[in-house]
Design a protein around this ligand. Structure first.
Ligand code: ADE
Length: 226
């Protein structure tokens, strides 16, 4: 998979790809991340990429020209399956969307800033608009990092134990069951006996029940989707 990220703040997006699972996915050659600073695509003085809104109103808007230049340069090199715009008014990211995006070859992620991008960019270029939740961030960069993390960990070969992504919370619209590790007792707090029993069919049944109970208690809306 190749991900091209268009941003005015590439420095905000460095560290998520420099540690742990995402770093290893890049090192293994399973994903390539290419950062593009929008300011490299403007001819205006002071590398200007934003301007006031037509019709008045507070807040600057990212201009269409540098975005068009950047996207056109990328599209000249290869085909893209999706051009995604990160915005609070997009469709809320969920596991199902991450699963389907993990199967595609090339995507562009455009990070909004200030009041967002000129609507013509959204109309003419963007194929998907994604939000990471009903709250407003200062820009799309942290949202793009969340999207990339949720997608990249699902690419086959990224997680060493492939089944661990399949048993994640939200796969199958269920929360994950509780997990425990050593020691089996700590200051009187005990691990449930069943997990120490070695009876794997029973353990599986216990996990399924716990996942269901937890979902019913904390996220009953997910059970309606099942
Ligand atoms: N940009 C600002 N807020 C955002 C959000 N909640 N999701 C995606 N992009 C954003």
């Amino acid at each position: 998979m190749r991900i091209d990220i268009i941003t005015v703040l590439p420095e905000l997006l460095k560290s998520p790809f420099e540690a742990s699972i995402l770093k290893r996915a890049i090192e293994k050659g399973l994903v390539e991340i290419h950062m593009h600073n929008l300011r490299d695509y403007t001819d205006k003085s002071y590398n200007q990429v934003d301007d006031y809104q037509f019709g008045g109103g507070a807040g600057m808007v990212l201009m269409i020209e540098p975005i068009d230049k950047c996207i056109s340069a990328l599209k000249n090199e290869r085909e893209y399956d999706e051009i995604i715009y990160m915005t609070p008014d997009g469709k809320t990211l969920n596991q199902k969307m991450a699963n389907s995006l993990s199967l595609i070859e090339n995507m562009i992620i455009l990070c909004g800033h200030y009041k967002g991008v000129d609507q013509r960019v959204r109309d003419a270029y963007v194929t998907k608009e994604i939000s990471v939740g009903d709250y407003v961030l200062s820009g799309g960069e942290l949202a793009a990092a969340i999207l990339c993390d949720s997608v990249i960990r699902l690419i086959p070969g990224v997680l060493s134990n492939e089944t661990s992504a399949l048993t994640d919370t939200f796969q199958d619209n269920l929360l994950a069951p509780p997990v425990y590790t050593r020691p089996s007792e700590y200051k009187g707090l005990k691990v449930p006996d069943i997990l120490l029993s070695g009876n794997f069919p029973k353990i599986e049944e216990w996990r399924e029940n716990k996942a269901y109970e937890r979902t019913k208690a904390l996220r009953p809306d997910l059970l309606e989707k099942k």
